[in-house]
Design a protein around this ligand. Structure first.
Ligand SMILES: [Zn+2]
Length: 262
């Protein structure tokens, strides 16, 4: 390992700080605000926050903070050693930072925020144009929107049907949506980024992975006899699976190609 790796690791660390900061403040305030301690709700001083120190109340930073920092250090190193084709190190790390923000917020809050999606349209649109031109980018965005919007409408119809049945059975219907509109926005962003026709494969991969994991959970619940009829209605958060499949499609082919000796 040469000294050239130091700026690379620094870039990875800063990207991780960015993901942690945005995941800390955006779900709470929807803007670039001062982060607050999750135990006592008092603001962090910039210095203590940036240096990962304990809060004045004694609370340490979350486990997620450290996982994100470690993942981005490793990712920066991997991107530098094997820069993804077309994207290169800089754009590759920028896109990964964006996807990291979406992934962490969706996992923690089950939310895909509209301002984050709007920023994604700009970033994903720009990267799409750069990678595969206007036509493939627009078609990809349109397909990403159209395919998930269809599933969104199906989900709405299904939720209504279920609510009617529950009312008929004398139960209070819950209004959990099968699929949030945030998933439609995310799939549009990924459509712009991956372009046509790759978005097809990306969505399919995400849906299959989400379905497979949900099925596994139902099987485990059955085996430990904790399964109830309602468990079948588990809300599948597709966002994280879409993000993972997009990362796989954008970054992995290059790693596989480079790993194969010529
Ligand atoms: Zn505190």
């Amino acid at each position: 390992m040469s000294y050239f790796a130091l700026p690379v690791l620094l870039a990875g660390w800063i990207a991780g700080l960015g993901v942690n900061y945005l995941a800390d403040v955006l779900p709470r305030t929807r803007r670039f605000s001062r982060p607050v301690c999750r135990r006592c709700n008092q603001p962090w001083s910039s210095r203590a926050y940036l240096l990962m120190q304990r809060h004045t109340c004694g609370a340490a930073r979350s486990l997620r903070t450290w996982i994100v920092q470690a993942v981005f250090l490793a990712a920066a190193l991997a991107l530098w050693l094997m820069p993804p084709k077309g994207l290169g190190f800089g754009l590759g790390l920028l896109l990964l930072t964006y996807l990291g923000v979406v992934f962490v917020i969706d996992l923690e809050e089950r939310l895909i925020l509209h301002p984050v999606s709007l920023a994604g349209v700009v970033l994903g649109g720009g990267i799409g144009l750069y990678l595969h031109g206007l036509r493939a980018t627009l078609l990809g965005g349109l397909a990403g929107f159209g395919i998930m919007f269809f599933f969104y409408l199906l989900g709405v119809a299904f939720t209504r049907l279920r609510a009617r049945r529950m009312r008929a059975a004398g139960l209070e219907p819950d209004d959990e949506e099968a699929l949030g509109f945030g998933d439609v926005a995310l799939s549009t962003v990924l459509g712009l980024t991956l372009g046509w026709p790759l978005i097809w494969f990306g969505l399919l991969l995400g849906i299959l992975a989400g379905g497979a994991v949900s099925l596994l959970i139902v099987i485990i619940l059955l085996v430990v006899r904790r399964y109830r009829r309602n468990a079948l209605m588990v809300f599948i958060p597709y966002g994280p699976y879409f993000v993972l499949s997009a990362i796989l499609l954008l970054y992995l082919p290059n790693w596989i190609i480079q790993a194969v000796p010529k």
